[in-house]
Design a binder for this molecule. Sequence first.
Ligand SMILES: [Zn+2]
Length: 176
Amino acid sequence: MKRVRCPKCDTFIVFDESKYDEGQSLVFVCTNCKREFRIRMGVSHLTDIHAERHLDEQTHDGDNYGSITVIENKFAYKQLLQLHLGDNEFGRYLKGNTINQPIETSDPSIDTFHCVIRVERDKRGNLRYILRDAPSTTGTFHQNQILKDVDRIRLSDGDIITIGATTLIFRAPPTG
Ligand SMILES: [Zn+2]
């Protein structure tokens, strides 16, 4: 799979490049702003998402506060987002959006601000992870249970969060 960015609003569009020939011209309609644009197959502005994924997995800077693996179910496209202390604000990446954990996705059922994972330390200094809904239009699910606006869910390693048609897997940092 490859992806292109809409030149107007920066939304990602993912497509199967194996269906097309090198040098072939493709017309896309942006799923977000409906802008039509054209690309030519085999030129450098196409990003190989698998190459990018390996890059993400190798990137570690400073303290390890755990991570979120994002799996966009429709395309089985994975992203790894490193958590940081404080509020981690998840939503769909959109140009000009100011949330601090944007997900690059073509899933329109993810709000531009969808849910929050708060990373904090308890009195003994242990890390804890608290999930809440933003609130979002389509809801945030923890282990298949929809969160109420007031819910604050403590996450454990391996927990599954679903937003829109996309799965997030919580990974706690290694202990000891
Ligand atoms: Zn657009």
